[in-house]
Write a protein that binds this ligand. Sequence first.
Ligand SMILES: Nc1ncnc2c1ncn2[C@@H]1O[C@H](COP(=O)(O)OP(=O)(O)O)[C@@H](O)[C@H]1O
Ligand SMILES: [Mg+2]
Length: 278
Amino acid sequence: MIEFNNLKFMYSGGKKFALDGIDLTINDGEFIGVIGPSGAGKSTLTYAINGTVPHHYKGDFYGAVKVNGLDTVDNKPEKIAGEVGCVFQDIDAQMTATIVEDEILFGLENFGCPAEEIEERIDEALKALRIEKLRTRSIGTLSGGQKQKTAIAAMIALRPKILVLDEPTGELDPQSSREIFELLKELNKKYGMTIIVVEQKIMLQCEFADKLLVIDGGKAVHYDTVEKVLEHSEDLEKMGINCPRIVTLARMLHENGLYDGVYPAELDSAEKMVRSII
Ligand SMILES: Nc1ncnc2c1ncn2[C@@H]1O[C@H](COP(=O)(O)OP(=O)(O)O)[C@@H](O)[C@H]1O
Ligand SMILES: [Mg+2]
């Protein structure tokens, strides 16, 4: 569980709060999609979860964040890393090895994983991401999607209860982007891992996330089930977030009194909505 208690954070030398009163709870096993315009504070929020804010990125910090009971101010990021695995936007900067299996190995060694467990953990991580075949490949020869999976595998090997990803599909084509979300959903369902993913691709977020967290100007302006947040599609569009077209259709039908059901977040419920009115 992650508890944000009226968190405010301003980077040193900054003029306004990058996070401005975040007050919410993320429960175990939830799949949270974080969306919001550029500069909204999404990445800063991920830093506040793993403790790099305020330990690495200094600034004015008010309120509190607790990750599975660990206060992120009182506990070092190395301690928090036992609970939360993070895959940041710049994965090239995050990866240290030249061979896939070594990338996973280095993480385990840094983490102090017992030697007799290492082999099993590498196997398990490669299998969970379905990249067994990439085991001995050189990271430099991987596609963007394969690299992203390797970075996630290295995190999974540490068996964190929470996985945080910042724009993991930013540089991927639609097919690979979808694969990443399918894998995240599998980790969420099969291992009960809490998934928090910052991602601009709203269609994927709507299809795979349980809840959406909309950040704007450092504030959590919406935090609810996907269907509930989509009811604010006009609001989202003002922030430059383009909702799925089916949501615009639902809104028009609502406004004209032709439909009063839930806003569809994916194709099946969209079909149900259309069938209900014809
Ligand atoms: N390392 C940093 N130092 C100073 N200001 C920063 C730093 N990183 C981000 N900011 C500022 O904090 C605000 C939120 O940024 P960020 O969390 O990166 O937003 P997002 O990920 O939603 O695009 C922005 O105004 C940005 O300029
Ligand atoms: Mg960002």
